[in-house]
Design a protein around this ligand. Structure first.
Ligand code: AMP
Length: 308
Protein backbone atom coordinates (compact mmCIF):
# COMPACT_ATOMS: atom_id res chain seq x y z
CA UNK A 1 0.00 0.00 0.00
CA UNK A 2 2.82 2.41 0.78
CA UNK A 3 5.23 1.06 -1.79
CA UNK A 4 6.37 3.65 -4.29
CA UNK A 5 4.47 3.27 -7.54
CA UNK A 6 7.08 3.93 -10.20
CA UNK A 7 6.15 6.32 -12.97
CA UNK A 8 3.75 8.16 -10.67
CA UNK A 9 5.55 11.46 -10.83
CA UNK A 10 4.62 14.53 -8.88
CA UNK A 11 6.02 17.99 -9.41
CA UNK A 12 6.38 19.94 -6.16
CA UNK A 13 7.01 23.67 -6.04
CA UNK A 14 7.36 25.61 -2.82
CA UNK A 15 9.91 26.89 -0.37
CA UNK A 16 13.13 25.09 0.45
CA UNK A 17 14.20 26.83 3.60
CA UNK A 18 16.24 27.14 6.71
CA UNK A 19 13.94 27.31 9.73
CA UNK A 20 14.76 28.64 13.19
CA UNK A 21 12.12 27.37 15.56
CA UNK A 22 11.23 27.48 19.21
CA UNK A 23 8.63 25.11 20.64
CA UNK A 24 7.85 24.17 24.26
CA UNK A 25 9.96 21.05 23.57
CA UNK A 26 13.14 22.85 22.48
CA UNK A 27 14.60 24.85 19.61
CA UNK A 28 16.60 24.54 16.39
CA UNK A 29 18.56 27.07 14.35
CA UNK A 30 18.65 27.02 10.54
CA UNK A 31 17.30 23.49 10.24
CA UNK A 32 16.25 22.18 6.84
CA UNK A 33 12.60 23.09 6.21
CA UNK A 34 10.27 24.69 3.71
CA UNK A 35 6.94 23.68 2.22
CA UNK A 36 8.46 21.86 -0.79
CA UNK A 37 10.89 20.02 1.47
CA UNK A 38 8.27 18.60 3.84
CA UNK A 39 5.81 17.87 1.04
CA UNK A 40 8.27 16.10 -1.25
CA UNK A 41 9.75 13.93 1.51
CA UNK A 42 6.23 12.90 2.62
CA UNK A 43 5.17 12.22 -0.99
CA UNK A 44 8.29 10.16 -1.65
CA UNK A 45 6.80 7.17 0.19
CA UNK A 46 3.98 6.94 -2.37
CA UNK A 47 5.25 8.48 -5.63
CA UNK A 48 8.32 9.99 -7.31
CA UNK A 49 8.64 13.68 -6.43
CA UNK A 50 10.58 16.25 -8.41
CA UNK A 51 11.13 19.64 -6.80
CA UNK A 52 11.20 23.12 -8.30
CA UNK A 53 12.68 25.70 -5.95
CA UNK A 54 15.63 28.00 -5.39
CA UNK A 55 18.27 28.07 -2.68
CA UNK A 56 21.35 30.16 -1.89
CA UNK A 57 25.02 29.40 -1.81
CA UNK A 58 24.64 28.61 1.91
CA UNK A 59 22.63 25.48 1.02
CA UNK A 60 25.15 22.68 1.22
CA UNK A 61 25.47 19.48 -0.78
CA UNK A 62 24.53 17.52 2.35
CA UNK A 63 21.01 19.00 2.21
CA UNK A 64 20.59 17.98 -1.43
CA UNK A 65 21.86 14.53 -0.48
CA UNK A 66 19.21 14.12 2.23
CA UNK A 67 16.46 14.72 -0.32
CA UNK A 68 18.10 12.58 -2.99
CA UNK A 69 18.38 9.65 -0.58
CA UNK A 70 14.57 9.66 -0.54
CA UNK A 71 14.56 9.32 -4.33
CA UNK A 72 13.59 12.98 -4.83
CA UNK A 73 14.70 14.56 -8.10
CA UNK A 74 16.45 17.80 -7.04
CA UNK A 75 17.57 18.85 -10.54
CA UNK A 76 14.96 21.66 -10.46
CA UNK A 77 16.38 23.24 -7.28
CA UNK A 78 18.53 26.13 -8.47
CA UNK A 79 21.44 27.23 -6.31
CA UNK A 80 22.11 30.95 -6.76
CA UNK A 81 25.77 31.93 -6.40
CA UNK A 82 26.15 34.52 -3.65
CA UNK A 83 22.45 34.18 -2.74
CA UNK A 84 20.89 33.35 0.63
CA UNK A 85 18.37 30.59 1.22
CA UNK A 86 14.82 31.47 2.33
CA UNK A 87 14.78 31.80 6.12
CA UNK A 88 11.74 31.44 8.37
CA UNK A 89 11.69 31.99 12.12
CA UNK A 90 8.76 30.94 14.28
CA UNK A 91 7.75 30.41 17.89
CA UNK A 92 4.97 28.10 19.07
CA UNK A 93 2.64 28.77 21.98
CA UNK A 94 2.19 26.28 24.80
CA UNK A 95 -0.79 24.68 23.05
CA UNK A 96 1.57 23.63 20.18
CA UNK A 97 -1.08 24.81 17.68
CA UNK A 98 -0.73 28.58 17.54
CA UNK A 99 2.49 30.14 16.42
CA UNK A 100 3.99 33.53 15.80
CA UNK A 101 6.08 34.18 12.74
CA UNK A 102 9.07 36.16 13.98
CA UNK A 103 10.80 36.60 10.63
CA UNK A 104 10.29 35.69 6.97
CA UNK A 105 13.20 36.38 4.67
CA UNK A 106 12.36 35.43 1.10
CA UNK A 107 15.96 36.06 -0.03
CA UNK A 108 16.58 34.15 -3.30
CA UNK A 109 12.84 33.59 -3.80
CA UNK A 110 12.43 37.29 -4.55
CA UNK A 111 13.87 37.06 -8.06
CA UNK A 112 12.98 33.46 -8.77
CA UNK A 113 11.87 32.40 -12.26
CA UNK A 114 11.07 28.66 -12.22
CA UNK A 115 11.80 27.70 -15.88
CA UNK A 116 10.89 23.99 -15.97
CA UNK A 117 12.78 21.37 -17.96
CA UNK A 118 10.98 19.46 -20.75
CA UNK A 119 10.61 16.44 -18.46
CA UNK A 120 9.20 18.47 -15.57
CA UNK A 121 6.70 20.15 -17.93
CA UNK A 122 5.16 16.76 -18.63
CA UNK A 123 4.45 15.98 -14.94
CA UNK A 124 1.12 14.22 -14.43
CA UNK A 125 0.54 15.52 -10.90
CA UNK A 126 1.45 18.91 -9.45
CA UNK A 127 1.57 20.17 -5.90
CA UNK A 128 1.85 23.94 -5.52
CA UNK A 129 3.25 24.18 -2.01
CA UNK A 130 2.96 27.30 0.07
CA UNK A 131 4.81 30.15 -1.65
CA UNK A 132 3.88 33.42 -3.36
CA UNK A 133 0.85 32.68 -5.61
CA UNK A 134 2.61 34.45 -8.51
CA UNK A 135 5.26 31.72 -8.46
CA UNK A 136 2.63 28.99 -8.13
CA UNK A 137 0.92 30.39 -11.24
CA UNK A 138 4.18 30.57 -13.19
CA UNK A 139 4.85 26.91 -12.55
CA UNK A 140 1.31 25.96 -13.53
CA UNK A 141 1.66 27.97 -16.76
CA UNK A 142 4.57 25.76 -17.75
CA UNK A 143 3.11 22.32 -17.03
CA UNK A 144 1.56 20.90 -20.19
CA UNK A 145 -1.53 18.95 -19.22
CA UNK A 146 -1.52 17.86 -15.58
CA UNK A 147 -4.07 15.29 -14.46
CA UNK A 148 -4.42 16.54 -10.88
CA UNK A 149 -3.23 19.75 -9.23
CA UNK A 150 -3.18 20.56 -5.51
CA UNK A 151 -2.37 23.88 -3.84
CA UNK A 152 -1.56 25.00 -0.33
CA UNK A 153 -1.40 28.55 0.99
CA UNK A 154 -1.18 30.51 4.23
CA UNK A 155 -2.51 33.59 6.03
CA UNK A 156 0.26 35.83 4.63
CA UNK A 157 -0.80 35.30 1.00
CA UNK A 158 -4.52 35.53 1.79
CA UNK A 159 -3.83 38.91 3.37
CA UNK A 160 -1.28 40.23 0.88
CA UNK A 161 -1.79 38.46 -2.46
CA UNK A 162 -5.49 37.62 -2.59
CA UNK A 163 -6.05 38.42 -6.27
CA UNK A 164 -3.12 36.22 -7.33
CA UNK A 165 -4.27 33.43 -5.03
CA UNK A 166 -7.78 33.51 -6.53
CA UNK A 167 -6.28 33.22 -10.02
CA UNK A 168 -4.46 30.06 -8.92
CA UNK A 169 -7.57 28.63 -7.23
CA UNK A 170 -9.46 28.77 -10.52
CA UNK A 171 -6.98 26.27 -11.97
CA UNK A 172 -6.61 23.58 -9.29
CA UNK A 173 -8.36 20.37 -8.25
CA UNK A 174 -7.80 20.60 -4.51
CA UNK A 175 -6.96 23.30 -1.98
CA UNK A 176 -5.38 22.42 1.38
CA UNK A 177 -6.12 25.03 4.01
CA UNK A 178 -6.49 25.19 7.77
CA UNK A 179 -9.61 26.10 9.67
CA UNK A 180 -8.64 29.64 10.49
CA UNK A 181 -7.35 30.40 7.00
CA UNK A 182 -10.58 29.09 5.49
CA UNK A 183 -12.46 31.68 7.55
CA UNK A 184 -9.98 34.40 6.61
CA UNK A 185 -10.38 33.53 2.90
CA UNK A 186 -14.19 33.32 2.83
CA UNK A 187 -15.49 35.26 5.83
CA UNK A 188 -17.58 32.17 6.70
CA UNK A 189 -17.49 30.85 10.27
CA UNK A 190 -19.03 27.42 9.69
CA UNK A 191 -16.62 24.96 8.15
CA UNK A 192 -19.24 23.65 5.71
CA UNK A 193 -20.02 27.13 4.42
CA UNK A 194 -16.34 27.99 4.14
CA UNK A 195 -15.73 24.82 2.09
CA UNK A 196 -18.69 25.58 -0.20
CA UNK A 197 -17.50 29.14 -0.71
CA UNK A 198 -14.02 27.88 -1.62
CA UNK A 199 -15.43 25.43 -4.17
CA UNK A 200 -17.14 28.31 -5.95
CA UNK A 201 -13.67 29.82 -6.44
CA UNK A 202 -12.51 26.82 -8.50
CA UNK A 203 -11.23 23.78 -6.59
CA UNK A 204 -13.22 20.56 -7.03
CA UNK A 205 -12.18 19.48 -3.53
CA UNK A 206 -11.24 21.34 -0.37
CA UNK A 207 -9.27 19.80 2.47
CA UNK A 208 -9.68 21.67 5.74
CA UNK A 209 -7.03 20.81 8.31
CA UNK A 210 -7.96 21.08 11.98
CA UNK A 211 -4.69 20.18 13.69
CA UNK A 212 -5.09 17.55 16.39
CA UNK A 213 -8.81 17.31 15.52
CA UNK A 214 -8.12 15.79 12.11
CA UNK A 215 -9.04 16.94 8.62
CA UNK A 216 -12.14 17.16 6.44
CA UNK A 217 -12.44 16.80 2.68
CA UNK A 218 -15.37 18.30 0.82
CA UNK A 219 -16.40 17.78 -2.80
CA UNK A 220 -19.62 18.38 -4.74
CA UNK A 221 -21.46 15.44 -3.20
CA UNK A 222 -18.84 14.29 -0.82
CA UNK A 223 -17.58 14.82 2.68
CA UNK A 224 -14.88 12.73 4.35
CA UNK A 225 -13.12 12.85 7.68
CA UNK A 226 -9.69 11.63 8.70
CA UNK A 227 -8.66 11.80 12.35
CA UNK A 228 -5.20 12.92 13.40
CA UNK A 229 -2.92 10.24 14.85
CA UNK A 230 -2.95 10.76 18.61
CA UNK A 231 0.61 11.09 19.84
CA UNK A 232 2.03 11.05 23.35
CA UNK A 233 4.49 13.83 22.51
CA UNK A 234 4.68 16.53 19.85
CA UNK A 235 8.11 18.09 19.39
CA UNK A 236 7.62 20.52 16.50
CA UNK A 237 4.40 21.09 14.52
CA UNK A 238 6.28 22.81 11.68
CA UNK A 239 5.63 21.17 8.35
CA UNK A 240 2.59 19.17 9.50
CA UNK A 241 0.42 20.83 6.88
CA UNK A 242 2.96 20.32 4.11
CA UNK A 243 3.54 16.71 5.12
CA UNK A 244 -0.23 16.16 5.10
CA UNK A 245 -0.53 17.59 1.61
CA UNK A 246 2.55 15.68 0.42
CA UNK A 247 1.21 12.38 1.72
CA UNK A 248 -2.23 13.06 0.21
CA UNK A 249 -0.90 14.17 -3.18
CA UNK A 250 1.68 11.36 -3.32
CA UNK A 251 -1.03 8.82 -2.61
CA UNK A 252 -3.26 10.26 -5.35
CA UNK A 253 -0.31 10.27 -7.79
CA UNK A 254 0.27 6.59 -7.07
CA UNK A 255 -3.40 5.64 -7.51
CA UNK A 256 -4.87 4.43 -10.79
CA UNK A 257 -8.04 6.53 -10.51
CA UNK A 258 -9.68 9.00 -8.21
CA UNK A 259 -12.61 7.46 -6.40
CA UNK A 260 -14.17 8.13 -3.00
CA UNK A 261 -12.01 5.36 -1.58
CA UNK A 262 -8.83 6.82 -3.13
CA UNK A 263 -9.60 10.17 -1.51
CA UNK A 264 -10.40 8.61 1.86
CA UNK A 265 -7.15 6.67 1.82
CA UNK A 266 -5.23 9.76 0.63
CA UNK A 267 -6.63 11.65 3.64
CA UNK A 268 -5.29 8.95 5.96
CA UNK A 269 -1.92 8.97 4.16
CA UNK A 270 -1.79 12.73 4.77
CA UNK A 271 -2.70 12.33 8.41
CA UNK A 272 -0.08 9.60 8.94
CA UNK A 273 2.70 11.64 7.32
CA UNK A 274 1.77 14.75 9.35
CA UNK A 275 2.05 12.66 12.52
CA UNK A 276 5.59 11.55 11.66
CA UNK A 277 6.59 15.13 10.84
CA UNK A 278 5.64 16.52 14.26
CA UNK A 279 7.48 13.90 16.29
CA UNK A 280 10.90 15.43 15.58
CA UNK A 281 12.36 18.77 14.48
CA UNK A 282 12.85 19.55 10.77
CA UNK A 283 12.31 16.58 8.41
CA UNK A 284 13.95 14.14 10.83
CA UNK A 285 10.69 12.35 11.65
CA UNK A 286 9.93 11.81 7.96
CA UNK A 287 13.22 10.23 6.95
CA UNK A 288 14.00 6.58 7.58
CA UNK A 289 10.36 5.43 7.55
CA UNK A 290 9.30 2.17 5.97
CA UNK A 291 6.08 0.64 4.75
CA UNK A 292 5.47 -1.26 7.98
CA UNK A 293 5.66 1.87 10.18
CA UNK A 294 3.50 3.84 7.77
CA UNK A 295 1.13 0.90 7.34
CA UNK A 296 0.65 0.57 11.11
CA UNK A 297 -0.48 4.20 11.38
CA UNK A 298 -2.77 3.85 8.37
CA UNK A 299 -4.35 0.78 9.98
CA UNK A 300 -4.87 2.66 13.27
CA UNK A 301 -6.54 5.53 11.45
CA UNK A 302 -8.75 3.17 9.49
CA UNK A 303 -9.89 1.37 12.60
CA UNK A 304 -10.59 4.69 14.37
CA UNK A 305 -12.94 5.57 11.50
CA UNK A 306 -14.76 2.25 11.53
CA UNK A 307 -18.20 2.39 13.11
CA UNK A 308 -18.78 -1.35 12.81
P1 AMP B 1 3.54 24.45 7.92
O1 AMP B 1 3.94 24.24 9.35
O2 AMP B 1 3.03 23.20 7.25
O3 AMP B 1 2.64 25.63 7.73
O4 AMP B 1 4.87 24.81 7.10
C1 AMP B 1 5.99 25.36 7.69
C2 AMP B 1 7.05 25.59 6.62
O5 AMP B 1 6.62 26.65 5.76
C3 AMP B 1 8.37 26.01 7.21
O6 AMP B 1 9.33 24.99 6.98
C4 AMP B 1 8.72 27.32 6.54
O7 AMP B 1 10.01 27.34 6.00
C5 AMP B 1 7.70 27.48 5.43
N1 AMP B 1 7.19 28.84 5.32
C6 AMP B 1 6.87 29.70 6.32
N2 AMP B 1 6.45 30.88 5.83
C7 AMP B 1 6.48 30.76 4.47
C8 AMP B 1 6.16 31.63 3.36
N3 AMP B 1 5.72 32.88 3.56
N4 AMP B 1 6.32 31.14 2.11
C9 AMP B 1 6.75 29.90 1.92
N5 AMP B 1 7.08 29.05 2.88
C10 AMP B 1 6.94 29.45 4.16
Amino acid sequence: MTARAHGSDILVVGSVAFDSIETPSGSVERALGGSATFASVAASYFASPRVVAVVGEDFGDEHFARLERRGIDTSGIKRVPGGKTFHWKGRYHDNMQDRDTLETRLNVFEGFDPGLSERFRRSSHVFLGNIDPTLQAKVLDEVEDPRFVGVDTMNLWIAEALAGLKEVLRRVDVLFINDEESRQLTGERQVLNAARAIMTLGPKYVVIKRGEYGALLFGAELSLFAPAVLLPRVVDPTGAGDAFAGGFMGFVAGAAEITRSTLARAMRAGSAMASFAVERFSIDGLLELDSSRIGARLDDLESMCSLA
